[in-house]
Design a protein around this ligand. Structure first.
Ligand code: FRU
Length: 494
């Protein structure tokens, strides 16, 4: 088998996709058809349809030489797979077509991505990364630009890493194209680590010839050693920079995963290629959220989608031989509100609701098993705190399994506990939350092996993968002390 051949990889998927074990396959989230997926790439609305490409190794449920998988959707919920768009088959991308973005020029779709090339036997250190271009007339078939790479290793200035320069996001501002790239710079401040995460910015008039402008932004010494997958946009009149820092150290309750995702609201001086920021915040407070990409769509919405997994975290569908691994989050709309970003589930999900269940105004003391079950559903619940110490909801409850979301009034901490969630990785993520009018509103999406929690209308989100048995499908609400369930809504989704 010619492993990097486009036709071969598409044929391989079509002949093998029936060998997938469906037990944990999600019902309303984007996954690959076979094998491994990670970051969303090239997220774009093109000719009215939403396209998401993704990092993909089609042959096995492990990370391998990266291809670009491709899916299209009319509503961001139901996805149709298209043929693989890129395979690592040229000198300039021979060891992987790494992450990147898409842009439309004169009605044609262009992909800008990183070519990954190993330079010696040590794959962890011996590599270089160059930037490449591919063009498409129809948005389905892509041909690589004959003069790739468009940014070669000798076009990388002294200030930034010669090996880690990847994940181009291309933007057009006032007729000029800008490319931002994740990288690492020498660290003057951080004593523990020798590198600081950073974003480099280049500019071009034709997408082919690129000039380095500057290091757009970099870590203050506490924000990871390499920044991956940068994104930059304006929202509510403010400039926002998103990056996924590698190996960021925990700060209080935040940044407890191997890698993190943060946003900064700052001041962009595009001519100087400078983004100044004072504060940064986690995008998601759960376990499994990485490498998001955003677009603005024709309804004017800023929409984000991310990989719903985490590097270094065990993925049971790999170990069990299920022939697939990796999924994307539900697309989320980003809104600028009171100097912060809030995240809401994309509203198209509403039309997939069925079998409504509703209770109202229930005084809760102790634990209550609800007479509903499910594996793929949405819940909206509003708790009103009374004399309580702790209250919350238990999802995917079975004889020995449960996933617990709880709020503790004394500590003002909201927790996601997956210690008893099944065969996946365990642990607790905590986040501070101050209630307004004593109310806690949770909008929760459960889908077979995922949970996404939107807390108080998107003030914070927590995303996690869980792997309970199919029999663990019950739902409980509980309160140590008194609390009022103002409303509890559940819909099956699918
Ligand atoms: C982020 C990342 C990117 C890289 C890709 C490789 O998850 O490490 O920086 O381009 O994945 O698959």
């Amino acid at each position: 088998m010619v492993i990097n051949d486009l036709c071969e990889s598409n044929k391989f998927i079509q002949t093998n996709k029936f060998k997938i074990n469906k037990e944990y396959r999600l019902n309303y989230h984007l996954m690959g058809e076979f094998g491994w997926i990670n970051d969303p790439n090239g997220f774009i609305q093109f000719n009215g349809s939403y396209h998401v490409f993704y990092q993909h190794y089609p042959y096995k449920a492990i990370w391998g030489p990266m291809h670009w998988g491709h899916a299209v959707s009319e509503d961001l919920i139901k996805w149709r797979h298209l043929p693989i768009a890129l395979t690592p088959d040229r000198e300039f991308d021979k060891d992987g077509c790494f992450s990147g973005s898409a842009i439309e020029v004169d009605g044609r779709l262009k992909l800008i991505y990183t070519g990954h090339i190993y330079t010696d036997g040590n794959k962890n250190t011996g590599y270089r990364q160059v930037q490449c271009l591919a063009n498409s007339e129809d948005g389905i078939n892509f041909s690589k630009f004959s003069l790739n790479p468009i940014i070669d290793t000798d076009e990388i200035p002294q200030a930034i890493s010669k090996s880690d320069l990847r994940d181009p996001k291309v933007l057009k501002i006032n007729e000029i194209y800008y490319m931002i790239l994740g990288t690492t710079v020498d660290n003057k401040k951080n004593v523990d680590l020798s590198k600081n995460g950073a974003v480099a910015i280049y500019k071009s008039l034709d997408l082919i010839h690129w000039d380095f402008i500057n290091v757009l932004a970099s870590s203050d010494g506490n924000m990871g050693i390499c920044w991956e997958c940068p994104d930059l946009f304006t929202l509510g009149g403010k400039e926002v920079l998103i990056v996924s820092p590698q190996y960021m150290k925990p700060q209080g309750n935040d940044y407890h995963n191997l890698h993190s995702t943060i946003y900064m609201i700052g001041d962009l001086q595009i001519n100087e290629g400078a983004f100044k920021f004072d504060e940064y915040y986690p995008i998601d407070y759960g376990f499994d959220f990485y490498a998001p990409q955003t677009i603005i769509d024709d309804k004017g919405r800023r929409i984000l989608i991310a990989w719903m997994d985490m590097w270094g975290s065990k993925m049971p569908t790999q170990d069990r031989g299920d022939n697939w691994a990796g999924a994307m989050t539900l697309p989320r709309e980003i809104i600028f509100y009171e100097d912060r970003l809030i995240f809401k589930p994309i509203q198209e999900i509403i039309k997939y609701r069925k079998n409504e269940y509703k209770i109202e105004d229930v005084l809760l003391i102790g634990e209550k098993l609800l007479d509903i079950t499910g594996e793929s559903y949405e819940i909206i619940v509003i708790f009103e705190a009374k004399n309580f110490s702790e209250f919350g909801i238990k999802l995917r409850v079975g004889e020995k399994e449960e996933t617990v979301l709880s709020y503790n009034a004394m500590s003002k901490i909201f927790s996601f506990n997956r210690d008893k969630s099944g065969i996946g990785p365990k642990g607790i993520r905590n986040t501070e939350l101050v209630l307004k009018d004593n109310a806690l509103k949770l909008q929760i999406f459960v889908d077979k092996c995922s949970v996404e929690v939107f807390i108080n209308d998107g003030e914070k989100t927590m995303t996690a993968r869980i792997y309970p048995s199919a029999f663990s499908n019950k739902i409980k609400i509980f309160s140590k002390g008194e609390c009022n369930i103002v409303t509890f809504h559940k819909w099956d989704i699918g």
